[in-house]
Design a protein around this ligand. Structure first.
Ligand SMILES: Cc1cc2nc3c(=O)[nH]c(=O)nc-3n(C[C@H](O)[C@H](O)[C@H](O)COP(=O)(O)OP(=O)(O)OC[C@H]3O[C@@H](n4cnc5c(N)ncnc54)[C@H](O)[C@@H]3O)c2cc1C
Length: 346
């Protein structure tokens, strides 16, 4: 079987399994992002291609993926290997006001840049009218402009390959579990690295149960809220399960079941809810507003988190046991769903 573009088309693109993470874009002229999808614009006869090697949906072996900085084998546990799980938030309310939940992710990226742990970070811009996309960010104002969640997945990682880079030696990436998997595959790949993959020093992963397809969700929003720009989207925990859309024209509320048809098929075969290969993973704390659940995984992650706490950037508390148990359950549920859905495809 081809391990190049032909194989990528057969195993991923034609099966609708692409998550549009961006790992295969801007590597060659034959793949393009179009309306939130990755499309092939020309055939390629290469037998071994980076597009296939970096894709999180071609084949994935957690044990075989080099996990830089984590000096322990990958653990087949509900939420992967970790040093500690806690509840945290940014101390400065400026972050929390603009962020999705506790602002831990944005505050840590800002701290990492100020401490020169990284020179720049790849974040995802949620632009009202266009698909989310990866941007290279270097200062606080820009980090604030990228805060908040887009429930549509977009080609964030294309920014890594596309640049423009201006001599930055240390790069941070904030991404969904599929994007963290793709970066881990890039690092482990033996193919020649023509883009600054080896300069990635920090990966902050977001929890993710699923992400939405760009175009159909955009059409749905337009019908529901008209032309009001959506300022923030939030999903409330069960049993309520509502999508709250904050717009300049007021708050709109729709049951999450109405947006389920727009979930990407590629998310239904994903077994990773908590970005298990990141240095630090972050999600919300169900039922406790304004805080993040944080999983500290690697040496770098631990060092950064400890320093950020010591310097008063982040505050933390133990995560109540019932929340940890619930997180493990939800993560396991995603793994089981992935196996079941994958069997249906094969
Ligand atoms: C598609 C999606 C699904 C999610 N599902 C869950 C879930 O099921 N359970 C849960 O607990 N948490 C989930 N989250 C994570 C949650 O929404 C917050 O991102 C997380 O709690 C961090 O909060 P924060 O306040 O620290 O983030 P902020 O400080 O607001 O920073 C958020 C960061 O996320 C990046 N970002 C936003 N949208 C995207 C995107 N589409 N792709 C890549 N990066 C992006 C931004 O660039 C920003 O740097 C999901 C997030 C997304 C994007």
């Amino acid at each position: 079987m081809s391990r190049g573009l032909k194989g990528l088309v057969e195993k991923v693109l034609s099966q609708g399994l692409c998550t549009s993470c961006g790992a295969c874009l801007s590597l060659c002229p034959y793949l393009r992002s179009w309306q939130g999808r990755v499309v092939k614009v020309h055939d390629c006869s290469l037998e071994d291609g980076r597009c296939f090697a970096y894709c999180p949906r071609t084949e994935f072996n957690f044990d075989g993926i080099e996990k830089k900085g984590v000096h322990q084998p990958y653990q087949h546990a509900e939420i992967g290997s970790f040093r500690r799980v806690l509840m945290a938030r940014a101390k400065d309310s400026t972050w929390r006001e603009r962020a999705q939940s506790g602002g831990t992710v944005s505050a840590l990226i800002d701290f990492a840049i100020r401490k020169k742990v990284i020179d720049a970070a790849i974040l995802t811009l949620r632009d009202g009218d266009s698909s989310p996309k990866g941007q290279i960010v270097m200062d606080r104002e820009d980090i604030l402009n990228h805060a908040g969640s887009s429930y549509v997945s977009g080609p964030t990682l294309e920014a890594l390959h596309r640049g423009p880079w201006e001599g930055e030696e240390k790069i941070g990436v904030v991404g969904l579990p599929c994007q963290v998997q793709a970066v881990s595959k890039m690092r482990a790949s033996t193919l020649e690295k023509k883009t600054p993959i080896d300069k990635i020093r920090l990966m902050i992963g977001l929890f993710c149960t699923w992400a939405l397809e760009d175009e159909p969700f955009r059409d749905f929003l337009k019908k529901r809220i008209g032309n009001w720009p959506a300022l923030k989207l939030e999903i409330t925990p069960p049993p309520e399960r509502l999508l709250k859309i904050h717009t300049t024209g007021g708050l709109y509320i729709v049951p999450v079941d109405e947006i389920r048809p727009f979930i990407r098929k590629g998310c239904e075969v994903c077994s990773d809810m908590t970005a298990e290969l990141a240095d630090i993973s972050a999600g919300t704390v169900e039922g406790i507003d304004g805080w993040n659940t944080v999983i500290v995984r690697s040496d770098q992650g631990e060092k950064l988190f400890k320093e950020a706490e010591a310097e008063g950037i982040i505050e933390s508390q133990p995560l109540p046991m019932e929340h940890l148990n619930h997180l493990k359950e939800a993560s396991l549920f995603k793994k089981e769903r992935a196996v079941k859905n994958f069997r249906n495809i094969e």
